[in-house]
Design a protein around this ligand. Structure first.
Ligand code: HEC
Ligand code: HEC
Ligand code: HEC
Length: 137
């Protein structure tokens, strides 16, 4: 192999490497350029949820507290046989994973799962509770 072709090969290797690095790091600098943090998932609202406008509690609270709320609901239903939750602003909800949460958020895949997959949590609730009450695909 002549020196000439060796240099040529090196150039190809470096060009290839550069292209590879650009592709691999694309999500990072793309977000940097657009000034966004590494993209967190955006859970989709069903049209029923949109029509309802608000969740059981304000969205920020739901975001951080929904696991504890579900725990309190379960406890209340199973231990205290109390099935109705009244919000601080006076709305009543049946304390039910399937009949309340999934009544509005029946697009579990595009809502609950979208965050859970991102956060690597896999709630085992669906071993027993129906996760698709409206039988959507
Ligand atoms: C009456 C319909 C309705 C019910 C019932 C309902 N939600 Fe919501 N939920 C909404 C709406 C509407 C929003 C968006 C509110 C907003 O953006 O202000 C929301 C937002 C949320 C969020 C925050 C999403 C985000 O983007 O940060 C979580 C988490 C959530 N709901 C979980 C639940 C759970 C768990 C239950 C049952 C305990 C439940 N929801 C019951 C309508 C509902
Ligand atoms: C905005 C993002 C987001 C949405 C939307 C969301 N979750 Fe979560 N959920 C999380 C995160 C993050 C955790 C883990 C929190 C932790 O470990 O403290 C979690 C944890 C949970 C847990 C506890 C799991 C465990 O093993 O501890 C349950 C139960 C749960 N979510 C139910 C739901 C249900 C039902 C819905 C849809 C109605 C939903 N979540 C929608 C982000 C979300
Ligand atoms: C081994 C089966 C099983 C698993 C797993 C399970 N549950 Fe339940 N859950 C039940 C049974 C049975 C009831 C009682 C049903 C009733 O009285 O309506 C119940 C009731 C509830 C209730 C109140 C009633 C209702 O309709 O929702 C909530 C809320 C609840 N569970 C939340 C959860 C959450 C959140 C998880 C996951 C973190 C979970 N459950 C996992 C079996 C299970």
């Amino acid at each position: 192999m002549s020196k000439q072709t060796q240099v040529y090969d090196k150039e190809i290797v470096f060009a290839g490497l550069a292209v590879f690095l650009i592709i691999v790091t694309f999500p990072f600098w793309y977000n940097l350029v657009l000034g966004k943090a590494a993209s967190a998932p955006v859970p989709e609202l069903t049209k029923e949820a949109k029509a309802a406008k608000t969740c059981v509690l304000p969205a920020a609270e739901m975001k951080s507290e929904h696991m504890r709320i579900l725990d309190v609901w379960r406890h209340s239903v199973v231990r205290q046989v109390k099935r109705v939750y009244t919000t601080p602003d006076g709305r009543d909800f049946e304390m039910s994973l399937t009949n309340s949460c999934l009544e509005c958020h029946y697009n579990k895949t595009e809502f609950c799962d979208k965050c859970h997959t991102y956060a690597s949590v896999d709630p085992y609730c669906w071993d027993c509770h129906i996760d698709n009450p409206k039988e959507i695909k």
